[in-house]
Design a protein. Structure first.
Lengths: 251, 438, 364
């Protein structure tokens, strides 16, 4: 199967790239931490894909999209929606918890974006919120799931402001609250924020999730509980944006 | 209608008090079982029980008020006397929002309205009250539906937007009393404007209640309101004694009747009781906190959800709040009420509320309170939710410190929403402030 | 540039009055030879020693204005007028007057709130006469009713030209950026100078539609930063209907009744303005007005563009959202703090909104 398009998603924390065939299947993938020199990094990644598979048009998205030499430049919202539609093939609500911002995108009956919401510039409700506080607690992201499973109950974290929450969490630790309970409380706080962003969801609508945070089982479960409905994690969730970008230039 | 009225009368006069008495009794039993911890406060005011009864009865009666009597939802600064004279049952959403905050319900109620698109930057009272209207969740069981919304902008413009949203939700008339802000003193045409609007408001309220405002009743209510303001003022003045027989934090709770039940016999009876108790405590040297070493003035609304923590921190180190510009406001304005000209004087009185006057006046009030109550420090609560009360405090802080030689803390918090407050930072600031007195 | 222009006006013997947002009787100032220079912030972070005198949870318009006034930014002005727009501008007025920030003369206009009631009309008339008296004493000029009537007509012509450019926006061969720059120059130009520019711009009106992008409606406080319009244009959209408090909401929605007493005409003009939360319009009339704007302009989406902490505007947002959702009109909510440039995140949201609307257009 020959390459038909490349898609690159330059996010605030990681840069993701995919090569797809005419059927929209992912042939190759690259995931790297984002480098401040976006032009150089994206050119290098794309060159490596070209070296492996041959040339094809490029679609770019993400925070650094305008710095990429690409045939088509589209926002993450449109690209995540296109990527998600290819995976799910049905309307619904897509939640993408990214490093810098969280998006809630509504997909219409033919995969078009009918509405979207994005957090304001503050880090509350984003992956950054988790990252900062987990970092402070010295809990690796990969261990969150096991830790939360052990928690007898959640210790509520009321502040959603990242700075306030950080100091609140420190004092909870100082008061001897169990670490696993605090982490569970953190996930609940983040889920509540995402749910507020999503607003009221229409009855029976499907909920999909993309983005790196979707790989975290505990987060997905918390979100399911708060939203009161199942959340379907899309295959290779962190690549959905790059996939959408590639689809937008597929001939 | 008659059945509803009976139910209401029964709840407010017979069953209600009985249930309150039962609740108080069971509360006390529960408390007595707990081990008595070393408290930094003086003995509790006997009156607190009566206060609870009075307020619980009010909210209990409220549950059955709609359909029985006309119901108005009013702002704390609204000239409620004519509504009372027309037989309205008055609900105070601000007081209710404070209750929600004390009972830790504000965040939950706010989330209801934030989902509807209300910004988290809006006043937390408004958010939790609109949240209660939309979700019907309230710690008081049930609030009676309004027949009329009555809003006076002498405390802020926020109430106007807030009540407009309520008017839209309940589909009932909104009476607006727009009070021009006062620089120095109000001009005659400004007072006339308020007086004219009062005339318009009375007409609307008469139409809704189906009654005519009786001059006699109006005069009687104004007399009661005047007497109530004077009694409340005398209660507050007991704080001038050293040590003060109570704390400003007590005042935040004991102000509920003068705010919510102003112009009624039961309110004045209550304040007579409170005054007698405070005077008795003064004569016996009983203090609001165990050991009063420093005396503070408080500016702005309380941090309702942290009253316990903040008052305890202060009391543990011998700091007492001896007066607050907030509780004082209800004593100050009402004193100028004239029962011979109830509506004309109401126009003047309600325009000259502390929050509707310039910062020169505010500085004057704080200076006077600090001097009369012999305070050696002040806490200015910079209240995220109350911009009109908070703007200017950065300068007031410097002015008070330099002109009166007292220590002043600007405490960043919120009157109801715990999510806007960092306890750790707040506690640290408070502790550093107290250490600076050493 | 503004300062140089205002200085040249002073050299002609006119006085300069800095004016805080939003509503004030322009003809009254013109008739007394006073140039209004509106102060919407200005944008950017507050600077100077007074930057922290207003808490960060107060809107940037009031916060920046105090810093600007205190640091001498508006010294070309001879006085300041504070209309009673909201609690924050009210607070600013008393801080600047009582606690320092503005040493020269200040005036207030405590305009009424709420609908056109008899009490409000009587009061506004007295308040305007009071302001005229104070300004008259200050300028040393006597206010002649004839000059006031002439000034009313001059401003009526300006308003109708501004309205024409906005309502026939799709036929106007000007970019949004250029149009808004022109309209906002009215915030400090002497009215005759502004009129000349408007007449000039009117020549760019064509017989047919020249704007080909996705038509949007904008509602909000003030169109800052100006680069917003470039982002919109690049994303393939333009503003076809305007409900900014600074722009469209200051243009009367009906013919103003001319009374023999020009002050009465000013009062009627006040109540002829479109519904605005800072004058406390009720929801029904506000939503009606917005729906009319939407229908007339054919806008396919709405940009709700607010300043953080702006209570009057923010309280209306849920009702506007609800109305738009019921009409199935897509909306984008954008909030700023008078930044000089849009954040990358805001740019992404605007672009995504335009992408969304253009694909919907194709599907339809």
């Amino acid at each position: 199967m020959s390459v038909c398009a490349f898609g690159i998603d330059v996010g605030s924390t990681t840069t993701k790239a995919v090569a797809i065939d005419a059927g929209g299947r992912i042939l190759e993938r690259r995931v790297e931490p984002s480098h401040p020199r976006i032009e150089e990094q994206s050119a290098r990644i794309l060159d490596s894909l070209r070296g492996a598979l041959g040339d094809a048009p490029v679609g770019a998205t993400g925070y650094g999209r305008k710095r990429v030499k690409a045939g088509r430049i589209l926002t993450e919202i449109t690209c995540h929606a296109r990527g998600a539609w290819t995976c799910a093939r049905r309307p619904g609500v897509l939640i993408d918890i990214g490093g810098q911002d969280t998006k809630v995108i509504r997909l219409g009956p033919s995969g078009e974006v009918t509405d979207f919401a994005m957090n304001e510039k503050c880090a509350a409700g984003t992956g950054r919120f988790l990252e900062v506080i987990l970092g402070r607690l010295q809990v690796p992201f990969s261990e969150v799931g096991d830790l939360v499973a052990k928690a007898a109950k959640a210790v509520p974290v009321s502040s959603t402001c990242t700075v306030f929450a950080e100091s609140e969490v420190i004092s909870l630790v100082a008061q001897g609250e169990p670490l696993e309970g605090i982490v569970r409380g953190l996930l609940q706080s983040l889920a509540a924020r995402v749910s507020a962003l999503a607003g009221s969801l229409p009855d029976g609508s499907s909920v999909f999730m993309s983005g790196g945070v979707a790989l975290n089982r505990a987060m997905v479960e918390t979100l399911q509980k708060v939203l009161g409905r199942p959340v379907e994690v899309l295959p290779e969730p962190q690549l959905v944006g790059a996939l959408g970008a590639a689809l937008s230039v597929r001939s | 209608m008659i059945a509803r009225r009976l139910q209401y009368e029964l709840m407010s006069h017979a069953l209600g008090p009985a249930m309150v008495a039962y609740q108080t009794w069971s509360d006390e039993r529960r408390r007595s079982r707990r081990a008595a911890k070393e408290s930094p406060f003086g003995p509790q005011l006997e009156c607190t029980r009566k206060l609870k009864e009075l307020m619980t009865r009010h909210y209990l009666a409220g549950r059955y008020a709609d359909g029985a009597v006309p119901v108005a939802w009013v702002t704390s600064g609204f000239p409620v006397e004519f509504l009372r004279a027309l037989g309205f049952f008055c609900v105070y959403p601000e007081n209710h929002a404070a209750l929600c905050s004390v009972q830790r319900k504000s965040a939950e109620l706010s989330e209801v309205v934030e989902k509807e698109g209300y910004s988290r930057d809006l006043c937390s009272y408004a958010r939790s009250d609109i949240g209660c209207a939309l979700s019907l969740k309230t710690p008081v069981g049930r609030l009676p539906k309004p027949d009329l919304l009555a809003c006076c902008t002498n405390i802020c413009q926020t109430v106007l937007y807030w009540y407009r949203a309520l008017a839209e939700h309940f589909r009932v008339p909104l009476v607006l009393l727009d009070t021009p802000f006062v620089y120095g003193s109000a001009s005659p045409h400004q007072i006339q404007y308020v007086r004219d609007q009062l005339g318009e408001a009375v007409e609307t309220a008469e139409r809704i209640s189906g009654r005519k405002l009786s001059g006699e009743r109006m005069q009687r209510t104004a007399e009661l309101a005047l007497e109530g303001a004077n009694l409340w003022g005398q209660c507050l003045e007991q704080g001038r004694h050293s040590p003060s027989p109570w704390t400003g934090f007590d005042g935040f709770f004991h102000m509920a009747p003068i705010v919510s039940l102003r112009g009624s016999e039961e309110t004045n009876d209550y304040y007579r009781l409170l005054l007698a108790e405070l005077q008795d405590r003064v004569s016996r040297g009983i203090s609001g906190i165990r050991e009063e070493r420093h005396r503070l003035v408080w500016d702005n609304l309380p941090v309702w959800f942290k009253v316990r923590d903040i008052s305890t921190s202060l009391a543990q180190r011998g700091f007492n709040l001896v007066c607050t510009s907030y509780t004082n406001a209800w004593a100050e304005a009402g004193k100028r009420m004239d029962p011979q000209d109830p509506l004309g004087s109401a126009a003047r009185v309600y325009t000259h509320i502390i929050l509707n006057q310039d910062l020169n006046n505010r500085m004057e009030v704080l200076r006077r309170l600090a001097t009369e109550y012999r305070a050696d420090g002040a806490i200015l609560h910079s209240d995220r939710s109350c911009k009109p009360y908070s703007m200017g405090q950065v300068d007031l802080r410097e002015k008070l410190a330099s002109e009166l030689g007292i220590k002043v803390l600007l405490l960043e918090a919120d009157h109801a929403d715990p999510r806007a407050y960092s306890s750790e930072q707040g506690e640290t600031r408070l502790a550093a402030f107290m250490e600076s007195f050493a | 540039m503004r300062t140089t222009y205002l200085q040249s006006q002073k050299d002609r013997g006119r006085r300069v009055l800095a004016v805080l947002p939003i509503y004030f009787p322009r003809p009254l100032l013109t008739a007394l030879d006073v140039v209004a220079a509106e102060l919407w912030g200005p944008p950017g972070p507050p600077r100077g020693p007074a930057a922290a005198r207003v808490q960060t949870y107060v809107c940037a318009v009031a916060r920046n204005a105090l810093a600007f006034l205190s640091s001498g930014g508006a010294d070309v002005a001879d006085g300041v007028l504070f209309p009673h727009t909201c609690d924050s501008i009210q607070g600013l007025a008393t801080i600047a007057k009582d606690l320092g920030g503005w040493k020269k003369r200040s005036f207030t206009l405590l305009h009424p709130k709420g609908p056109s009631r008899q009490s409000a009309r009587t009061y506004l008339l007295a308040e305007l006469r009071g302001l005229a008296r104070e300004l008259g004493e200050w300028t040393g000029r006597s206010l002649e009713p004839k000059r006031l009537s002439e000034a009313i007509e001059l401003h009526a012509e300006i308003d109708s030209l501004r309205a024409e450019l906005l309502t026939r926006r799709a036929r106007l061969a000007l970019s949004d950026r250029a149009l808004y720059q022109l309209l906002r120059r009215g915030e400090f130009l002497w009215p005759e100078d502004h009129l000349a520019e408007l007449r000039d711009a009117r020549k760019s009106l064509n017989g047919q539609k020249v704007q080909t992008g996705v038509p949007l409606m904008a509602t909000g406080y003030v169109p800052e930063p100006g680069s917003l319009f470039e982002v919109l244009e690049q994303a393939g959209a333009f503003i076809a209907a305007d409900d900014y408090a600074a722009i469209g909401r200051r243009l009367p929605t009906r013919e103003v009744v001319r009374h023999s007493d020009p002050f009465e005409t000013l009062v009627d003009g006040w109540f002829a303005l479109p519904p605005c939360p800072t004058r406390s319009a009720d929801h029904a009339s506000r939503l009606d007005h917005l729906e009319r704007l939407l229908e007339r302009s054919g806008a396919r989406g709405v940009l709700i563009h607010q300043q953080k902490f702006c209570e009057p505007e923010l309280f209306d947002v849920p009702a506007i959202r609800k109305m738009l959702t019921e009409r199935k009109t897509p909306l984008l909510y954008l909030e700023g703090e008078l930044e000089r440039e849009l954040s990358g995140q805001a740019v992404t949201r605007i672009e995504a909104f335009a992408e969304m609307l253009s694909t919907q257009g194709r599907a339809a």
